[in-house]
Write a protein that binds this ligand. Structure first.
Ligand code: ADP
Ligand code: MG
Length: 237
């Protein structure tokens, strides 16, 4: 095992979790597609934030992540980039259906994540949909969900599709993201989350991000993650 560089990100580093990309500071230094790199550059993202530096070397090689970092630390790109890369490497196409699901606590946050996904993913050919409650026509949505590759949802609306949409199929799901997990649980979505997770394929990558590490986040982590990297980032460098 090589010694860690002095500027190595915070995290549990052992034989299994060592990454040769652990010391990288810029997105351009990471192994990823030109399409993703161009999306990041176009959106003016160059230097990684601390949580991105700590998690991407692991998430990009398919590991599960339990990431804790305060609000505003850049957690969104820490899961959008690995989703794009996983589906790209698998040559995911329109006929493959739902490859990734991102669950967020509120409609507003879902909308923000969706905007970042569209911006950074614009050179990829994936289709993405925003599945949130409210006035949006759920019947029209039901016709389309199986044609989407990446779903950004609130728990209630996703569960509604799982329960009501004929042939709703996420049996090929590759990457599940639980964004702002502490807030999802605060809003009282614990049962919905459990019901959703129980219907998803077990063979998948799961990325769980949270601003705080509460007991209920740890319970959720136990339920949803497999041999995760624990990454806790406290301060911006
Ligand atoms: P969090 O989910 O941790 O609260 P966000 O992902 O919403 O944080 O990011 C917070 C802000 O930081 C956003 O305005 C985003 O555009 C910006 N940001 C994220 N990553 C980077 C980066 N690598 N370089 C510059 N700005 C970034
Ligand atoms: Mg966030």
């Amino acid at each position: 095992i090589k010694p860690l560089p002095s500027d190595a990100p915070v995290g549990r580093i052992d034989e299994n979790s060592f990454s040769p990309y652990a010391g990288c500071r810029k997105f351009s230094q990471l192994p990823m597609s030109k399409k993703t790199k161009d999306g990041l550059t176009k959106a003016k993202y160059t230097k990684m934030t601390e949580i991105q530096r700590a998690s991407l070397p692991h998430s990009l090689c398919g590991r599960d992540i339990l990431g804790a970092a305060k609000t505003g630390s850049g957690k969104t790109l820490a899961f959008i980039v690995p989703i794009l890369e996983k589906l790209y490497k698998m040559r995911w196409g329109p006929e493959d259906g739902v490859g990734s699901i991102i669950i967020t606590p509120t409609r507003e946050l879902a909308g923000q994540v969706f905007d970042v996904l569209r911006e950074v993913g614009k050179f990829h050919g994936f289709s993405a949909g925003l599945l949130i409650g409210g006035r949006k026509d759920v019947e029209a949505e039901k016709e389309r969900v199986n044609d989407l590759n990446i779903l950004v949802c609130t728990p209630g609306r996703l569960l509604q599709h799982m329960d009501e949409t004929p042939n709703f199929d996420c049996s090929l799901l590759q990457v599940l993201v639980l964004d702002e997990a502490d807030r999802i649980l605060d809003v009282g979505f614990k049962q919905e989350l459990n019901a959703i997770i129980s219907q998803l394929p077990k063979q998948r990558q799961t990325l769980l991000f949270s601003a705080t590490q509460t007991k209920s986040v740890q319970d959720l982590a136990r339920l949803s993650l497999k041999d995760p990297e624990y990454l806790s980032v406290h301060e911006e460098s």
